[in-house]
Structures are given as C-alpha cells and as structure tokens.
Design a protein. Structure first.
Length: 244
C-alpha cells in the first residue's frame, strides 16, 4: 500500500487524477471503476481539464460505477447516473454506451445484482478502481456488518450514511434507504485500487482502514490485503497518523 499526503483537497484531487491519467495513457481501452460523492469531484474536474487541453483521450475507455440508489430514476438529480453524467461524462469524449451503472429502477434486487455482476465480468474486470471512504469505513455502499459481501447486492443503508447524505436532499426523509453496490470481492478483484480521502471527519475511518484490524465492521480495512493500493489523502484526513 502506497500512501501519499496532500496538503488540501485540491492537491489530493490533482495527485489522484495523475494516477488515473497514467492508467488511461498506458492502456487507452482500460476499464475504470468509478465512484461518486464529494471526494472524487475534484479529481474528475482535473481529468476534464486535461482532456479539454487534448492531453487525455477517453474514447476507448469503459467504466463500471460502484453503486446506485435503489428507486431513483436516471434523470433524478440525486441519482448516481445523473451525478456521473453531469460531473464527468458529458465533458469528456467517452462513449456513453461504454459506461455502466447499476439500474436503480429495477425492483428485482436479485436480477439486477446478477445482471451487474455479469456486466463487470464481461468487461474483463476492472483495471483501476477509484474509491472514496465513508465516515463509518464503508467503500462503495458496503456498510459495516458481520461479513464481507462478495458480489453486487442490495444494501440497507445505515443511519450514519443516510445522515451523511441528507445534505443532498430536501429532507432526510427523501434519502433512499437502499442501494445497489458492488461487493467487496468485486472491488478486490480490481488490478489496482485508488482510495481518495479528504477531511478531518474521515480521519478515524482512514486510520482504522489502514492501521486497524481487518474486519467487516470497517469494510475499507479489507484493502490491506490488496497487492496494489494507492491512498491519496489530505492533511486533515491524515491527522491521526503518526506511529502507524
């Protein structure tokens, strides 16, 4: 595991974007596993800037997103399809037919999870998986629990996750209570993993993931077992590190 310190969110975003751009340059038809939320927005903005300068070509890239809220349509401004399109895809030259996100409108959880597992498998797996980190240590929407979930599954979001996401909705009652998410096994099968973490509110989770025991109570701790993980975190997120 490689750990890179950034002074602030902007520097963290640039460093993370360098890792992703190197992957795209070295393998133009790579499969990128993508994440949503506030953590990767700066990284996407940097990649867009480099693309618009003619330095990055996404025309052959394929993507697979980690998760999607169950019950939200693609045109809902809080869906992760909407997020990816408006924060990244519309500003680069990616073929939208090569982008993949779980279908939150499918009410049949078993069918949708099986479908999405096949999508990822048919892509040949993920070359580089971008991850953020929840305050409770979740990656994707894999919440703390008694065991590591393997494949794509429908998860009941924990109150802490719902509370963290309520700022994006009119009220906490509007926050979806379930989501489809890639499982831990799928994430761990990615050839490379890039974890971006920013803010003091993530410091405890990041410390537990990197320095604590490997436990499903801290889902991100499983990353200690992956052979190629890069962590880019700002000073606030690394505030508890010292003797790790």
């Amino acid at each position: 595991m490689r750990l890179y310190k950034a002074m602030d969110y902007q520097e963290m975003s640039r460093k993370a974007a360098h890792v992703i751009s190197a992957q795209v340059i070295l393998k133009p038809d790579c499969v990128l596993g993508l994440a949503t939320g506030s953590s990767p927005i700066g990284t996407y903005k940097q990649l867009i800037q480099w693309h618009q300068k003619g330095e990055l070509d996404f025309s052959q890239v394929k993507t697979a997103n980690l998760d999607e809220y169950k019950g939200l349509t693609r045109d809902n401004d809080q869906s992760y399809y909407y997020f990816m399109y408006h924060n990244f895809f519309k500003d680069i030259n990616i073929d939208m037919a090569n982008t993949n996100i779980p279908d939150g409108t499918n009410p049949d959880s078993a069918a949708e999870c099986a479908r999405y597992d096949k999508v990822v498998s048919d892509l040949g797996g993920v070359d580089l998986q971008l991850l953020g980190l929840g305050r409770n240590g979740h990656i994707g929407f894999n919440e703390p629990g008694d065991a590591f979930a393997k494949g794509t599954h429908c998860i009941n979001l924990q109150p802490s996750t719902i509370d963290a996401n309520k700022r994006f909705f009119a009220s906490i009652d509007d926050v979806p209570k379930q989501a489809y998410t890639m499982g831990i096994k799928t994430i761990m099968q990615a050839k490379k993993i890039l974890l971006v973490v920013s803010g003091e509110d993530k410091a405890k989770a990041l410390y537990d993931c990197i320095c604590g025991p490997i436990t499903p109570q801290v889902p991100g701790s499983i990353l200690q077992l992956h052979s190629d993980v890069t962590v880019v975190a700002d000073a606030a997120a690394l505030s508890l590190f010292g003797d790790c």
